[in-house]
Design a protein around this ligand. Structure first.
Ligand SMILES: Cc1cc2nc3c(=O)[nH]c(=O)nc-3n(C[C@H](O)[C@H](O)[C@H](O)COP(=O)(O)O)c2cc1C
Length: 402
């Protein structure tokens, strides 16, 4: 199972904000995603959360002061700074932000900030007036100008009992940003990928649509895998509500026609296109502007028109083309016909059981077939892991082409 932060060393600086209990949740999420996490606490933070809780979650000692001979920082005050891929300071108090801006290094958090060459992600949390104070705003702008990633704060319920700006960014969002920042040096960092996801919706009238069972999970998983390796990713999707994937540009393509327009447009700038969307093969020939009333018709019959074959219509020899074939019978035969007819580089064939069980599931069982007819029968795996495997194949094909 591929974990996005596998092999990543992250220092998590925690400061004396009431939101510091949320840093425990963040530490846990980072660990679950494969990161090695070293917690650094200011003395203010230790008044609100205990170092022991961080030790239990990260399975590492926690640094709380610079002069502790038993901590890594005590042995070498810049050792953590030198060994990390990312420093996250969450929550960051107004006080710590001011120290970072001035270069003060009087605790493990501020010293690691000053000494590290790793990227830094800061999630401020404070009372609304403290945040809007000119001093804090100036300090934050100084950090932004230095290339520090500042995430939040957001509007919401504050510890003071008031509603306002100052709430720390959600730990899921911090986690996604951490993945995005680390991915900047990934093996796909110079590659542009267009992915499509979800079943298109072909309107019958303003209320009814013809659609299919595709959940979009496979396309989203591919987009996330490509993002986690540093690719620049555009996801064209019919999904409503649209997915929010940090670092991935989401483009609306609700009908087959809209998806065709957007896909062809964005494919022009891409190195690879991966069609995971289930694009309708037909659409109603006439779509009514008003609701078709039940009483108007005793029997309803639909006149359907074929939609455009999107990937088959894109003919760019520089572009790697990958598509999916979901079939209920003659899987290999039908997938190979599609591979040739659409001039694909790779087809991902997946058999749809009568229950339709592949849709909405977090796993998938597929056979990959490349343009030379090589077949790879893969075991059932998480869609995210399959996403990485497809990206591996795309990477190899891009390298072979250049
Ligand atoms: C219960 C409590 C909650 C606090 N919450 C915040 C906060 O959310 N943001 C902030 O900037 N300061 C907050 N403070 C004030 C800081 O703890 C104080 O400025 C301290 O000097 C911060 O030190 P540090 O940045 O080294 O952790 C809080 C103080 C207390 C007593």
């Amino acid at each position: 199972m591929k974990k996005p932060l596998h092999n990543c060393s992250i220092a998590l600086g925690v400061t004396g904000s009431i939101a510091s209990y949320k840093a425990l949740d963040l530490a846990s999420k980072l660990v679950q995603q494969g990161a090695s996490v070293k917690a650094l606490l200011t003395s203010g933070a230790t008044k609100i959360v205990t170092p022991l809780a961080f030790t239990a979650i990260t399975h590492k000692s926690v640094s709380v002061n610079l002069y502790d001979p038993n901590s890594d920082i005590g042995m070498d005050h810049v050792s953590v700074a030198k060994s990390i891929n990312l420093l996250i300071i969450a929550p960051a108090t107004a006080n710590t932000i001011a120290k970072l801006s001035y270069g003060i290094s009087d605790n493990p958090v501020t010293t690691t900030y000053l000494a590290t060459k790793a990227p830094v992600l800061v999630a401020p949390a404070m009372d609304g007036n403290m945040f809007s104070n000119e001093a804090t705003q100036t300090n934050i702008n100084i950090l932004k100008d230095r290339g520090v990633y500042i995430l939040g704060p957001y509007e919401g319920h504050l510890a003071s009992g008031m509603e306002g700006i100052g709430r720390m960014a959600d730990t899921n969002e911090i986690l996604e940003w951490a993945k995005l920042i680390i991915a900047k040096n990934g093996d796909m960092s110079n590659v542009k990928i267009v992915v499509t996801a979800g079943g298109t919706k072909e309107p019958l009238d303003p209320i009814r649509v013809i659609t299919n069972r595709s959940s979009g999970k496979m396309g989203i998983a591919i987009a996330e895998a490509a993002r986690d390796r540093g690719a620049s990713v555009k996801l064209i999707t019919s999904l409503d509500p649209q997915p929010n994937i940090v670092g991935v540009e989401i483009i609306d393509g609700e009908t087959a026609e809209e998806m065709a327009i957007q896909t062809k447009l964005h494919a022009q700038m891409a190195d690879a296109i991966i069609m995971a969307a289930a694009v309708s093969d037909w659409k109603p020939t006439d779509s009514s502007l008003a609701k078709i009333k039940k009483d108007d018709l005793s029997n309803m019959s639909l006149d359907l028109t074929k939609t455009e074959d999107i990937i088959g219509s894109i003919n760019d020899p520089k572009l790697i083309k990958v598509a999916f074939a979901a079939e209920t019978q003659n899987l290999l035969k039908n997938a190979k016909l599609k591979l040739t007819a659409k001039k694909l580089d790779l087809i991902v064939a997946n058999e749809v059981k009568q229950t339709g069980s592949v849709f909405g599931s977090d796993t998938n069982k597929v056979i990959l077939i490349d343009k030379n007819g090589r077949e790879e029968d893969l075991p059932e795996m998480r869609k995210y892991d399959l996403g990485h495997l497809i990206i591996d194949r795309v990477k190899a094909m891009i390298e072979a082409r250049t």
